[in-house]
Design a protein around this ligand. Structure first.
Ligand code: 6GU
Length: 245
């Protein structure tokens, strides 16, 4: 999979792409990432990418010309491209979008805005999608682009290795995670639940599913409305509710 990023801060991406899962995915040839400095597509001596807003008001607006030029230069190779504009006005990113984007056949182009806004002709003419990562304001689209790329790469076959199977992923789909433990079996008087040490895999599975349901019910009951619960899940949930009474 191919990712292109347009930004005025290319340096932001270097550190993140040279560690962990993304670095591995790049080394394996699973993905290629190119970061383009928007200022390379300006034509004045000061490499200006912003200007005052028509109609007045605070802040600056990103000029359309460098962005159009950058996108045109990337698309010049004729590769089918999906352009994603990162703004707080976009549709809210979620796990299902990450799955869909991981199956996307087109190359992904991330357009990172800065300043108060981007000239709206960019959204109008160049953006296939406008995406936000949540209801808070960031100073630019760089972190959102990293967040989205990271979440997509995790779904590419081979990116996580054998340790993290697709099976396990689908098991917990839509629920919060169950509690995890590692050695020692007792730490500062706190014991690891006996069932996890029992070696009884069926009991362990049931415990994990129940604890995932418990955490979700306690912290994010809205998530339970969105998934279909099995008969076993309904039994586990009624046990949980019984225990908390
Ligand atoms: Cl995509 N951009 C900015 N500037 N702020 C955000 C965002 C994006 N998503 C959430 N907050």
């Amino acid at each position: 999979m191919q990712y292109e990023i347009i930004t005025i801060f290319p340096g932001i991406f270097e550190a993140y792409f040279s560690e962990g899962i993304i670095r591995k995915a790049i080394r394996q040839g699973l993905i290629t990432i190119r970061v383009h400095d928007l200022r390379d597509f300006t034509s004045d001596k000061h490499r200006t990418v912003d200007d005052y807003p028509y109609g007045g008001g605070p802040g600056m607006v990103m000029k359309p010309e460098p962005i159009f030029r950058a996108v045109k230069s990337i698309k010049a190779d004729g590769v089918d491209t999906c352009t994603i504009m990162l703004t707080p006005q976009g549709i809210r990113f979620h796990q299902e979008m990450a799955v869909n984007l991981s199956k996307e056949k087109r190359r992904l182009l991330f357009l990172c805005g800065r300043y108060e806004a981007i000239d709206d002709r960019v959204r109008n003419m160049l953006a296939d999608m406008e995406v936000s990562i949540g209801d808070y304001v960031l100073s630019g689209g760089e972190l959102p682009a990293l967040v989205i790329i990271d979440s997509i790469v995790r779904f590419l076959p081979g990116a996580l290795g054998d340790a993290h199977s697709v099976e396990e992923e689908s098991f917990s789909w839509g629920l919060l995670d169950y509690p995890h433990y590692t050695r020692p079996p007792e730490y500062e008087g706190l014991r690891v639940p006996d069932v996890l040490i029992s070696g009884n895999h069926k009991a362990i599975s049931r415990w994990r599913r129940k604890e995932a349901l418990r955490t979700t019910w306690q912290k994010r009951p809205d998530l339970l409305q969105r998934i279909s619960l099995s008969d076993e899940d309904k039994i586990l949930l009624s046990e949980i509710k019984e225990e908390t009474r």
